[in-house]
Design a binder for this molecule. Structure first.
Ligand code: AMP
Length: 217
């Protein structure tokens, strides 16, 4: 399987697909959002400086993100890997290209999950997450509801709402996506790496479409 770089607006389903690919296709999953939230939880100096900016919905600086990814990426290379939430700016995309070249990693595709803004708002307001395994559920999506009210199906731990999953912060995150992240689509298209997948289909259909794109030729 190819390495996958996901590009999508907030709450399009990157985490849900990643979870499926980890469980069924043995992918490694690197989510910069999860790594940043871990820093906040650990109460590190870096974490303290991140809290306000992430709560606002704005992007963390390229320097911080690139340092974080540079220290972590190598430990994800034993298997095919997913990059979820990174790159989010053109600067990050260019830096990632150099990193992968240096590491000799060539089997990569970028998958754009296409979703209208209205549906992303619906998903963001219904999202609840397992604090232990990070699996996402969604109270506004029939296929993504937890089996038992508010408990993770796998860990049986109480599900939590992310502090940035509210309508006001979503607006800032969506604008950051339009301004900073959507230009990356042209970057990957110019490198013939870009595949578009509809995120409005039934989940299983979306999973199969992604697998088709990610299979080695
Ligand atoms: P996510 O979990 O991917 O929705 O990310 C949550 C928040 O973390 C974002 O709204 C940003 O503040 C920050 N973040 C995550 N990944 C990046 C990135 N690659 N570049 C800049 N900020 C990021």
């Amino acid at each position: 399987m190819k390495n996958i770089i996901f590009i999508a607006p907030p709450a399009a389903g990157k985490g849900t697909v990643s979870d499926y690919l980890v469980k069924n296709y043995h992918y490694e999953h690197l989510s910069t959002g999860d790594l940043l939230r871990e820093e906040i939880q650990n109460g590190s100096e870096l974490g303290k400086s991140l809290e306000e900016i992430m709560a606002s919905g704005k992007l963390v600086s390229d320097d911080i993100i690139l340092q974080l990814v540079e220290t972590k990426l190598q430990s994800y290379l034993q298997k095919p890997f997913i990059l979820d939430g990174f790159p989010r700016t053109l600067v990050q995309a260019e830096a990632l290209e150099k990193m992968l070249l240096t590491l000799g990693v060539t089997n990569n595709i970028a998958i754009y999950l296409d979703i209208p803004k209205e549906e992303a708002i619906k998903r963001v307001t219904g999202r609840i997450v397992c604090p232990k395994c990070k699996r996402s559920y969604n109270l506004n999506h029939e296929e993504l509801k937890p089996k038992k009210d508010n408990l993770c199906d796998d860990c049986m731990v109480e599900l939590e709402k992310r502090s940035d999953d509210n309508i006001d912060t979503f607006a800032v995150r969506f604008d950051a996506y339009l301004e900073n992240t959507s230009p990356i689509l042209d970057f990957y298209a110019s490198r013939k790496m870009l595949k578009k997948v509809d995120a409005m289909t039934q989940l299983n259909e979306m999973f199969q479409n992604i697998i088709e794109e990610a299979k080695n030729d």
